[in-house]
Design a protein. Structure first.
Length: 171
């Protein structure tokens, strides 16, 4: 975020300042004496944005000046939650939440784990039952489309508890 001061000279009239519709959610403008203080909120998106403010004479609505405000895009932000997912040996389903200010994709999965992007904020994991006596592990990689961010999610499934029961034997 940032701010700037703009000097205003008005002869024989007072003036007002207003943030126009295209910038109301991120631009703030206020009048202090003969200055306009303009500040902007941090841009959460990768793309630049544009908005505008209007300085108007209070005595004559035909006297106004529009100032265009532009702001560069923010840096890439990517987070995943949780970063570690564990399944019991019986398998099941769990979701990973993705927070990202640009496009992203996921890769991973194998014969026991299905990975699917449900929407721009959710990855669905579906683990099959683990029939082996070993814990299984894999990694899901989430990468931003611009190549500036990568997160890994470690996924494991517990080993199956094998039992052997023998009955009906007479000694």
């Amino acid at each position: 975020s940032d701010y700037q001061k703009i000097a205003v000279t008005a002869r024989h009239t007072d003036w007002t300042v207003e943030v126009l519709e295209d910038g109301r959610d991120w631009i703030t403008a206020g009048k202090i004496n003969n200055m306009v203080n303009v500040s902007v909120k941090e841009n959460p998106n990768k793309d630049p944005r544009k908005g505008s403010i209007q300085i108007s004479a209070t005595e004559d609505a035909a006297l106004y000046h529009i100032i265009y405000v532009t702001q560069e895009g923010g840096s890439t932000k990517l987070s995943v939650s949780p970063e570690n997912v564990s399944f019991s040996a019986s398998g099941g389903e769990q979701n990973i939440q993705v927070t990202c200010n640009t496009g992203w994709s996921e890769r991973g999965g194998n014969d026991w784990l299905t990975v699917e992007k449900l929407n721009p904020k959710t990855i669905a994991l579906s683990a099959k039952k683990n029939e082996s006596s070993e814990k299984l592990e894999t990694t899901i990689t989430v990468s931003t489309d611009d190549g500036e961010g990568t997160k890994n999610v470690k996924v494991s499934i517990a080993a199956s508890e094998h039992t052997l029961t023998v009955s009906g034997l007479d000694a």
